[in-house]
Design a protein around this ligand. Structure first.
Ligand code: FES
Length: 107
């Protein structure tokens, strides 16, 4: 197992605001955190089209719109939904631990 795999503290819950994506670095990975209807989600933060930061984009329900060319992804599944994006983004499990949000990175 890679040293970075497993659960990591991503942010304080208070930093992850409803409808406002938050970009963080976790063990060298760029991750976007989201809070929608009091549920938390985490995805890769780099758009698979031309590497814009999704945390700079607009969150519309459970869809994140890339700020560069307006491609959309489902933050629950990572699915690329609209042109020009074609490649899905990774999604990561999240859990609440006290006042912190934790993200599980894969191997
Ligand atoms: S960089 Fe995201 S849609 Fe082009």
């Amino acid at each position: 197992m890679a040293e970075t795999a497993g659960w990591h503290t991503a942010a304080a819950l208070s930093e992850v605001k409803e409808g406002e994506p938050l970009g963080v670095e976790i063990a060298g990975r760029s991750v976007a955190l989201y809070r929608v209807a009091d549920e938390y989600y985490a995805t890769g933060n780099i758009c698979t089209h031309a590497e814009a930061l999704l945390s700079d984009g607009m969150l519309d329900g459970c869809e994140i719109e890339c700020p560069l060319h307006m491609g959309r992804f489902d933050i629950r599944t990572g699915e690329a939904l609209t042109s020009p994006v074609e490649i899905d983004i990774p999604v990561y499990p999240v859990r609440v631990a006290g006042e912190r949000l934790e993200v599980c990175l894969p191997q």
